[in-house]
Design a protein around this ligand. Sequence first.
Ligand code: 5GP
Ligand code: MN
Length: 339
Amino acid sequence: MIQQDIEKIKLLLATPKHIVIVPHKNPDGDAMGSTLGLYHYLKKYNHYVTVISPNDYPGFLKWVPGDNTVLIHDYQTDTCNNLINKADIIFTLDFNAIHRTGNMETVLEQSKGIKILIDHHQEPDDYAEFIFSDVTMSSTCEMIYHFIDMLGDSDLIDTNIATCLYLGIMTDTGSFRFPCTTSTTHRIIANLIEKGADSAYIHNQVYDTNSYEKLQLLGCALKNLKVIPELRTAYISLSQEELNTYNFKKGDTEGIVNYGLSLDNIIFAAIFIEDKQEGIIKISLRSKGNFSVNDFSRVHFNGGGHINAAGGRSDLSLNDTIKNFISILPSYSKALNDE
Ligand code: 5GP
Ligand code: MN
């Protein structure tokens, strides 16, 4: 983060402002942790702050401090649009392109509020007055920690802020095991625990609140797992019918894609999830090493993300999407086998 920008933001924040904070659509732990962590920090300066999520988020995030203050654009569209229109400042967190906010795209673009982007995804768009983009960061929560620190306010980090930031660092690092986890990440986590983050409680809330049906759905997904050993690839599919059988709820498929990567010698994993309501196949891609699923998704599936974790979509049927995927793979044979 550039010190000059930090000084300008300090000035901006010196008097109470109307502030809106926005995560990406289908927010995950890092998106909710970073937006609510920043929310609690800005409230300390008596700003008028609202977190507006484009759509609803899963139950395993419904305990996060400040959760009860979050507005959902899908449900309270007029109230949210009014807040966005009159906002002096809009923080956009954990995404790199405004279209990742779904239906909020136009109102965000039209708002005169000063936009501040804080994010760790590849290739950020150029829509904000202030851009804090760092693809080496484990998470946007880690960036919010640095942001507060650079504003000279690490003393203001309390239990609520610490809990929010711990959450996002934990989820985006796969509980501190992905390569983006650095010694600095661990030092920050240590500081957050000292500030009151209860690591056992946070892990429990996110990972140990499964429903029976969610585990049955996981079983179904694992039965559907297919492996292409010569291309070091594994993929899983879930049809709408299968989702319905196990009474699918938002968030139930989170993390399933990673099982493919846990196979010996597999470095590329995908999951294809049918969404009949939106008429698309939602795709999650994961990799190990230098094989960039960000590039793969941008070229073939209208998405993006990070080198080792990206998302995308397809407008074809589930079967045709998988056929398409399988037909593309051989052209990456060298990259997949060089890893
Ligand atoms: P997931 O597979 O968990 O949905 O997403 C993996 C990563 O890629 C996340 O960091 C997420 O923000 C990003 N991502 C997911 N879907 C998209 C997409 O459609 N476009 C872009 N640019 N990034 C995505
Ligand atoms: Mn993130």
